[in-house]
Design a protein around this ligand. Sequence first.
Ligand code: PGA
Length: 258
Amino acid sequence: MILIKLNLIMSRDKIVAGNWKMNNDFNQTQTLILELKKTMQMDVNVMIAPSFTNLSIAKDLLLDSKIEVIAQNMHFSDSGAFTGEVSANMLKSIGIETVILGHSERRKYFKETDDQLKSKVDAAISSSMKIIFCIGEEIVERKNNNHFEIVYDQINNSLFHLDEDSWSRIILAYEPVWAIGTGETATLDQIQEMHLKIRNNISERYTQELANSISILYGGSVKPSNSHDIFSLEDVDGGLIGGASLNANDFNQIINSI
Ligand code: PGA
């Protein structure tokens, strides 16, 4: 039994994904990708999420590489009168297979709700895409000791309607909002505690086997100096990296620390 469990845990994908957010123009995108290609070691699944305008050039430059180019967001409709939006079909048509959904900046600044995210999740899955689905509490919610409930609700409202098969397309990213871009990382205990809780939530809704198969990334001020300790935690399967993914040297060090 112990061996079987260990096997399941070992089989989870290790992933380091760089979320470039609204950074890097066309030229800067090419420079950073070329720098990354020079030094990257590839036992890990590495993903980068440039802005929409630079997805194609990123794909072209990485044709001979295992680094996956992913999108930061998408709309839930296939097409239509939604000015400024991009659909799963459009992403798929340039070879993008994975999308980040539910980032706290989308929830906060663009008022994305759990319900809208549920529609986006469904659209991505019906287009056979993979999803990095972000969850995480605000600082007041942690101070009020509501953090487990908030994260549970986010998962429950947007993901727990899925059937088990669809979960093979889900990667979770726990990102406490108060740790994003602030330099303040959650403590190792806080991270492991939440990741285990999330896995238990999935196991209670589905099965332990399914829970054990889901990669749960941590995000929020991950940097070369703390990534190894964070990635060593039992229920952490990698990271979603913002600021530090904009520097090839830092991002490489983070990847190498897994
Ligand atoms: P950060 O961002 O690494 O700059 O804190 C993480 C994220 O927003 O995904």
